[in-house]
Design a protein around this ligand. Structure first.
Ligand SMILES: [Zn+2]
Length: 199
């Protein structure tokens, strides 16, 4: 037996989210009906709409922003000649929350993963090369995850930048092998940043 339509619709919506199966979705939908006011429900829906309507990726670095370029790219006090390459916006936030890095970023939106059909064209490598080609870049710091995919991506970018004038560095190991940046504690990430080496 199915729940009434509005509950079933909400269950389907919740199940679109990662890690949420039918049982959890049912619990959340019934909770929302019993415990949320109409205003809260409206706000909840509106938040989803705003996410898609007001947010876009920064055309320079790929960070998320509500403005034409993100706060980091438009900050003139930062070192725009130093670009840190990360796989995801989440990684950018982890690095940014450490408060140590004063350069700018480049978000790849993933990593090369041939077994899952993610190739060079599927991530933002070409825009990175454009930025370097435009000049005034002194250092590219590769901060991809210490996974096979991350390593493959770093190696590929390193090869592409071989003929450029900029220094290519990578985060020092100290990051857990096979681990994501997001699973490492802040101190580990910080040490890895400080101990970065020429790649
Ligand atoms: Zn930006």
């Amino acid at each position: 037996m199915n729940y009434p339509r509005p509950i079933e619709d909400l269950i389907s919506s919740f199940m679109r989210l990662p890690g949420i199966g039918r049982k959890t979705a049912e619990r959340l939908a019934l909770y929302a009906y019993s415990n949320m006011s109409e205003d809260e429900a409206k706000q909840f829906g509106q938040n989803f709409i705003n996410l898609k309507k007001n947010l876009h990726t920064c055309p320079i670095c790929g960070n998320l922003t509500e403005k034409s370029t993100c706060d980091i790219c438009s900050d003139s006090t930062r070192n725009h000649s130093q670009i840190m390459v990360v796989e995801t916006v989440k990684d950018l936030f982890i690095m940014e929350n450490l408060g140590q890095f004063k350069g700018v970023y480049h978000v790849l939106n993933g990593a090369i993963d041939f077994t899952n059909g993610i190739g060079v064209e599927d991530i933002r490598i070409a825009p990175l090369l454009e930025r370097v080609k435009e000049g005034n870049i002194s250092e590219v710091i590769l901060a991809c995850n210490a996974t096979l995919q991350g390593e493959t991506t770093s190696r590929y970018i390193k090869t592409l930048l071989e003929d450029s004038d900029c220094l290519v560095t990578r985060l020092a190991h100290g990051l857990p092998i096979g681990g994501d940046l997001s699973y490492a504690d802040e101190m580990t990430v910080l040490k890895a940043l400080e101990g970065r080496i020429k790649y």
